[in-house]
Write a protein that binds this ligand. Structure first.
Ligand SMILES: [Fe+2]
Ligand SMILES: [Fe+2]
Length: 257
């Protein structure tokens, strides 16, 4: 199976966002998006737990943990639409909509994978990652985030997209802050990574690399709002509430035994 490297259209948009005016113009329209109560609550818990464990200030090791968790909603959307296609393959219109979500989710998964791989390499020289705090805990968060995102998607896709909007907003804010705080220092540090070259990005410094990651997170954030507006409830299937409730019960039983 051929792996998909960085999507050309997204790469071009990412490069445009290096310009502060273009960044502002792209960002502002979705800055005041107001998610519904449930994603807001879950978003607060997720971001709050992250801040509690890794601190409010950005750091290489915090980014490493964020990126382990950030990949999973896209994987959960791929899995959710795969589940839905098992039921609705006979409806071509639905199949196209699901396949569009799946295609975008795949591109975003690869992009987030690039973030976690490259940041893990860069973090090695900045500090030692703890087994529990920086490896096991993010895996634990990722496990629950995956299932929360999957179940929310089946129950009401809008909830899942809005939760992702909040998480991506947090990621964008953290990278932006990091760039502001360490601008000159980062410009002097190289961002060498075999994986990054394979992906198709060749930043001249860590500043350029983190700037491109910040832009990715903003694109992900805006795409989530766009998905709410164009996709979210267009294929809401009410009977799937029962499937999702069943999945929640199974998950709870698995946790308790
Ligand atoms: Fe990311
Ligand atoms: Fe992201």
């Amino acid at each position: 199976m051929e792996l998909i490297a960085g999507d050309k259209e997204l790469e071009a948009l990412n490069a445009q966002l290096d310009d502060p005016n273009q960044l502002q113009a792209y960002k502002t329209p979705h800055d005041n998006y107001h998610p519904l109560f449930l994603p807001r609550l879950l978003g607060r818990v997720l971001v709050g737990c992250g801040n509690l464990v890794y601190g409010h200030e950005p750091s290489y090791l915090k980014f490493r943990s964020i990126e382990i968790v950030a990949r999973v909603p896209y994987q959960s959307w791929s899995s959710a639409v795969y589940t839905l296609l098992t039921m609705f393959y006979a409806d071509e219109h639905k199949a196209i909509r699901f396949s569009n979500v799946s295609r975008y989710a795949r591109i975003a998964q690869d992009n987030e994978t690039m973030h976690v791989v490259v940041i893990s390499q860069l973090a090695r020289t900045e500090g030692r990652a703890g087994l529990i705090r920086h490896t096991l805990l993010p895996m634990f968060f990722a496990f629950f985030y995956f299932w929360a995102s999957y179940i929310l998607y089946l129950m009401r896709p809008r909830w899942s997209f809005e939760l992702n909007y909040l998480f991506e907003q947090h990621a964008f804010d953290q990278y932006n802050r990091f760039l502001e705080q360490y601008r000159e220092e980062l410009k002097k540090k190289p961002a060498e990574s075999e994986f990054l070259t394979w992906y198709g990005r060749n930043p001249r410094s860590q500043f350029e690399f983190f700037q491109s990651v910040r832009n990715d997170e903003l694109i992900h954030r805006n795409q989530s709002v766009r998905a709410v507006n164009t996709e979210a409830d267009a294929y809401r299937v009410h009977s799937l509430k029962f499937v999702a409730i069943g999945a929640v019960i199974v998950l709870l039983v698995l946790i308790l035994i």
